[in-house]
Design a protein around this ligand. Structure first.
Ligand code: ACO
Length: 323
């Protein structure tokens, strides 16, 4: 059977690093509060000339270089983002143009922080369905543009950045030993949409709006939702937490990550953490963490890697990949 094998990962971060201490001068907060409640120590903030498209392009180029490929080898670009350059056309087609790619097809997906998990699953279906041979899956965000910089309960949490992976359709045996995407579980429940949303949009206010969040409510649901989809993926694949080599969760809050890993029985040393370095980069967080895992030599060919994310909607999902 066809499997979507991950060939490489790449990333891009804005030039400007903002440590917690710098925010102390802007709003009433402290490094100690942010670290204790979230684990975040710093984040990167995009300058005017750094956009979701430019960061996404740079991450895609890094992933292409790491795989030794060019855009000529790619048929499909799927971009996960909630902060597109424009309402339309899709930022994915702008990235396609920036990469000099004149063939194939490109589109955006919007599932907020779960965007990359949705996008890699979607690309997997296109590859397994035979509509494409190789895909770039990107998560790119400039959440700094949709933050209320006077709301200390949200503005300290987020950062900008992009990560990308290249998927290639390869023949597998149809067993858990295959490389590639092995199982996935996606969920959404719109009854929670007002717990985490942006208070504007083209069809309602004709504005972009800013992020609003009931942090405690999100926290309350996060661990249960994350562990439910992970257990579903374990059941599909016939594995347990002990079989996992690396757990690469959405990087929203260290306390949510720790509680999820504990509930699932995944050892701390198997968890890739980047929330301390990047803050919550929404759809970019999982590919940024994947890239970090690969670049530091932790995630290696043949490793069993578990991805998960949960975000606005609510949306949530998990994907199991043999690297
Ligand atoms: N600095 C200092 N104090 C603060 C700050 C700040 N930046 N922000 C809030 N506070 C204060 C509050 O005003 C409150 O003060 P009070 O007790 O005098 O009223 C106190 O700190 C506690 O506030 P809580 O909101 O109860 O703090 P909590 O422990 O819940 O932590 C947090 C807040 C970090 C937002 C947490 O609820 C959280 O992480 N929630 C989940 C968020 C998340 O994971 N989102 C992911 C999805 S993102 C996506 O999909 C786009």
């Amino acid at each position: 059977m066809i499997r979507s094998v991950v060939l490489s990962a790449g990333k891009s971060l804005p030039r400007r690093l903002v440590k917690n201490a710098e925010l102390e001068g802007v709003i009433e907060t402290s490094d100690a509060w942010i670290v204790q409640r979230t684990g975040i120590r710093q984040r990167y903030i995009a300058a005017d000339d750094e956009t979701t498209a430019s960061l996404g392009e740079a991450a895609a180029r890094a992933a292409l270089d790491a795989a030794g490929l060019t855009v000529d080898d790619i048929d499909l670009i799927v971009l996960a983002t909630s902060t597109p350059n424009n309402t339309f056309p899709a930022t994915a087609v702008e990235i396609q143009e920036r990469l000099g790619m004149r063939h194939g097809f490109a589109f955006d997906m919007q599932a907020v922080c779960s965007g990359f998990v949705y996008a890699i699953n979607t690309a997997d279906l296109y590859l397994r369905g035979g509509m494409a041979k190789r895909a770039i899956v990107i998560g790119s965000e400039t959440f700094s543009r949709i933050l209320d910089w006077e709301d200390r309960s949200t503005c300290v949490l987020f950062g900008d950045g992009a990560g990308a992976v290249i998927l290639e359709a390869q023949e597998g045996e149809g067993t858990i030993g295959d490389r590639g995407i092995l199982a996935a579980s996606l969920r959404s429940d719109g009854s929670h949409r007002e717990k985490l949303y942006v208070d504007g949009g083209p069809s309602t206010t004709r504005t972009v709006g800013v992020l609003r969040m009931e942090g405690r409510e999100v926290f309350k649901h996060a661990v249960g939702m994350i562990t439910d989809v992970v257990v579903s993926v374990f059941e599909q694949a016939g594995i347990t937490a002990d079989d996992i080599d690396w757990f690469v969760p959405h990087q929203a809050n260290k306390r949510i990550i720790d509680a999820s890993a504990k509930k699932l029985g995944i050892a701390d040393e198997k968890v890739v953490i980047t929330v301390d370095q990047h803050g919550n980069t929404s759809a970019a967080s999982v590919p940024l963490a994947l890239c970090e895992g690969v670049e530091t030599g932790r995630i290696k060919k043949g490793d069993l890697v578990l991805l998960e994310a949960m975000g606005g909607g609510f949306t949530w999902g998990a994907v199991l990949v043999r690297w």
